[in-house]
Design a protein around this ligand. Structure first.
Ligand code: SF4
Length: 355
């Protein structure tokens, strides 16, 4: 343990020549060899599938996203099939995963691969990084797992495990955190970076959890400074918290004889390309409002309060005039299954017409 403290000191003083942390990386790899999670995307080195899996599971837990991943790959088994698909169909297969901008980006990136790389997935980290929606983490994961790249796939799991291992109080909200923890990771990283990155994902999500880490099961507990000091809850350090913004939205669920009106969002704002209900109605429709419901919904940096007013239009003329003037689409519950809606609106549709 003293050795580790000394070596860490050398790292901070930019003199890590004599530091040898590689045995920690070896322990991590050894553990992974016996304990790697048996996941479908672990049976392949196809960069397309690894890329899709990295994007799907960025904001989604493995058990919640696995069926979506399998269905997506079944429908779009390669980059060509994805590139040639209609965007609305890609969004449909993303239904339930949220963060729809990810789906829009992977569709564009697939077209980029077809146009700029002749349909062959790029193998170099720097080239993968040029794909739409791909950040440093994803580029490092794909290049290391599929092409023996040597970049650590630094994400929240890395921050947590490394900051605890070294009892390192570098602030992860600092703009230099990615670079700092990449350098720290490089100290323990073995030759096989692909497996190391996957092992760190598994340790970070299954053992070194944000709350109550399972240190007794951890392959590096003998080396972990935070564990030895019983200070695991003090790491990682994060000072800046992004305050969620409150946002109020109003929708009108305009319906008649089991059909209702929708339009596709085009604004560069939340839920771009998803379908929604009208946000305004004409004054002659106001008498048809029969009630309202307010639902709360959280997005990453927004707390939404969504009021949905029920507008049951009994006048055929007013219904037709409204559609003609505003170019809304008409659908029904069954038809809505073919389109992607924000979660609160989708829930509303499923419940509304039952009443
Ligand atoms: S010993 Fe505990 S705190 Fe340290 S890396 Fe392992 S799980 Fe995390």
């Amino acid at each position: 343990m003293r050795y580790l403290i000394k070596a860490k000191q050398n790292f901070l003083e930019k003199d890590s020549r004599n530091s040898d942390f590689l045995y920690i990386g070896s322990k991590i790899l050894g553990w992974y060899g016996n304990n790697a999670r048996d996941l479908p995307f672990r049976q392949t080195k196809d960069p397309y599938k690894i890329w899709i899996c990295e994007i799907v599971f960025q904001q989604t837990r493995i058990n919640q996203g696995l069926n979506h991943y399998n269905n997506f790959i079944k429908r779009f088994p390669d980059v060509k099939m994805l590139a040639e698909a209609e965007e609305n169909e890609v969004l449909l297969y993303w239904k339930g995963l949220g963060y729809y901008s990810r789906a829009i980006n992977i569709h564009k990136a697939a077209q980029q691969i077809m146009n700029d790389y002749q349909g062959v997935f790029p193998s170099q980290y720097e080239e993968i990084l040029k794909l739409k929606g791909v950040g440093k983490y994803t580029a490092a994961a794909v290049s290391s797992i599929c092409f023996d790249g040597k970049m650590p796939a630094v994400d929240g799991n890395f921050y947590r495990v490394l900051s605890r291992l070294f009892a390192d109080d570098f602030d992860i909200s600092n703009s230099r955190a990615f670079t700092y923890f990449s350098e720290l990771a490089a100290l323990v990283m073995p030759e096989n970076v692909g497996d190391f990155n996957q092992a760190m994902m598994d340790i970070g999500s299954e053992i070194c959890k944000p709350k109550n880490p399972l240190c007794g099961e951890c392959p590096i507990n003998e080396d972990c400074l935070a564990f030895s000091m019983q200070k695991t809850s003090g790491y990682p350090v994060k000072t800046k918290k992004v305050k969620a913004e409150d946002l109020a939205l109003t929708y009108y669920f305009v319906h008649r004889n089991g059909q209702f009106l929708i339009r596709q969002r085009t604004e560069d704002f939340i839920w771009k390309k998803l379908f929604e209900f009208p946000t305004v109605i004409t004054s002659d429709m106001e008498p048809f409002i029969t009630g309202s419901k307010t639902v709360a919904h959280k997005l990453t940096h927004k707390n939404l309060s969504i009021e949905i007013l029920n507008v049951e239009v009994t006048s055929e003329k007013i219904w037709n005039d409204f559609i003609t003037e505003n170019q809304y689409l008409i659908t029904d519950v069954e038809g809505s299954h073919e389109k992607s809606f924000p979660k609160p609106l989708e829930n509303y549709i499923q419940n509304s017409l039952k009443d």
